[in-house]
Design a protein around this ligand. Structure first.
Ligand code: PLP
Length: 386
């Protein structure tokens, strides 16, 4: 039994674990069964079936995720985008509107810009750092406000406290994508957010070997989202549940190391003559530094930066690196490097991307668990070679 006052590290290991242990197994076994023997359940939603997200592997994960974000309930899903889409489709219907941060993960941005208008759901984009302008975007049809804890890829930190307060004052559901921060650095429910969504593919799992998603927050909303999930069908397979469960146990040690390593790499890059600018909220020079220091326990394992030589220099730099792997995604044990204009934000129109400040030469680095000194010397040799 985990008590609320126990530390995050303890909750990651013990919260949600079956009690008593199944056949004494220390590690949660995989229940690879799509259906379960009828046991007199009164309603369809009480029948155990993988698509209904209620097998023992799902239930253990739900309890663990809720505990580590100090929230009432949680639900895992087949991907981060499944979590974003299922959550939004539950809280907003045809003819209603969403307020959303203007710079979002490319997949989410596309969902709002391309798919939602076909369902008569409109989005009003807001500058998340400027609460004075939000009131004018509010309409009687607005139902929810959607932001990211740390924006991808420019690592901006909006006025998150004001977002939660604004939502409460105007009866909106507040939703935050907490993928980049992870529950180690930020727990949205503690600031008053109704729901957080995650790409579990990233820090929660941490090993770049599954795709998964989660929504965490108010129990009444999570149970409505669960009904929608049963209809949309994006359930997480038990084997992926097992891998996510295993990854979660080391979340705190991984993310704390990544926070520290990334800050040192950001400080190194900032001091190099070839580097034009570094985006990392943990840097004292960042416009987001004070807000990040107030809200977060660490500034995450991702940073982005631009070289003075632009796109050509960026491509040469990535080619010369020997440790970070040039691949999309983030939050794993291997360092990954990418140009968002060709990966996470490729679906945005060029002028939208430029307006959002994502140049073709912008490089995003997800720092893994390699020795910090090795990553710095790899960056140094690549910079000297371009
Ligand atoms: N949210 C953020 C901030 C992301 O970076 C991503 C993926 O990169 C997603 C959501 C979507 O997650 P998934 O790829 O697991 O569907």
């Amino acid at each position: 039994m985990v008590k609320a006052e126990q530390g995050l590290e303890t909750q990651l290991i013990h919260a949600g674990e079956p009690s008593p242990r199944i056949e004494g197994a220390v590690s949660m076994p995989i229940f690879q069964s799509s259906t379960y023997e009828y046991g007199g359940e009164g309603s369809y939603h009480d029948i155990r079936y993988i698509r209904l997200n209620n097998t023992p592997n799902h239930q253990a994960l739900h309890a663990k995720l809720a505990a580590i974000e100090s929230a009432e309930a949680a639900l895992v899903m087949a991907s981060g985008m499944a979590a974003v889409a299922t959550t939004l489709l539950t809280v907003i219907g045809a003819g209603e509107r969403l307020m959303a941060q203007d710079c979002l993960y490319g997949g989410t941005h596309d969902l709002l810009r391309v798919e939602f208008p076909r369902l008569s759901i409109a989005t009003d984009f807001i500058d998340c750092t400027n609460p004075a302008n939000w009131r004018e975007q509010l309409t009687p049809q607005t139902r929810a406000i959607y932001v990211e804890t740390i924006s991808n890829p420019l690592m901006e930190v909006g006025d998150l406290r004001a977002v939660a307060e604004f939502a409460r004052a105007h009866g909106l559901v507040s939703i935050i994508d907490n993928t980049f921060a992870s529950p180690v650095n930020f727990r949205p429910a503690e600031l008053g957010f109704d729901l957080s969504v995650h790409s579990g593919t990233k820090y929660l799992n941490g090993h770049s070997d599954i795709v998964a998603g989660a929504v965490i927050g108010r129990a009444d909303l999570v149970s409505q989202i669960n009904l929608m999930l049963g209809h949309l069908g994006a359930a997480l397979d038990p084997h992926a549940c097992f891998l996510l469960h295993r990854g979660l146990k080391t979340l705190a040690v991984r993310v704390r190391y990544q926070n520290e390593s990334t800050l040192k790499i950001a400080q190194f890059l900032e001091a190099q003559p070839e580097v034009a600018r570094v985006h990392y909220p943990g840097l004292a020079s960042s416009p987001n530094y004070r807000r990040a220091a107030e809200l977060f326990e660490g500034s995450s394992g991702c940073l982005s930066f631009e070289l003075k030589g632009g796109l050509e220099a960026a491509e040469a730099f990535i080619r010369k690196l020997t440790l970070p792997i040039c691949a999309p995604s983030l939050g794993g044990v291997e360092s990954l490097i990418t140009r968002p204009a060709t990966t996470s934000h490729a679906g945005m129109l060029r002028d939208e991307r430029e307006k959002a400040g994502i140049s073709d030469g912008l490089i995003r680095l997800s720092v893994g668990l390699e020795a910090t000194a090795d990553l710095i010397s790899d960056c140094e040799q690549a910079l000297r070679a371009i």
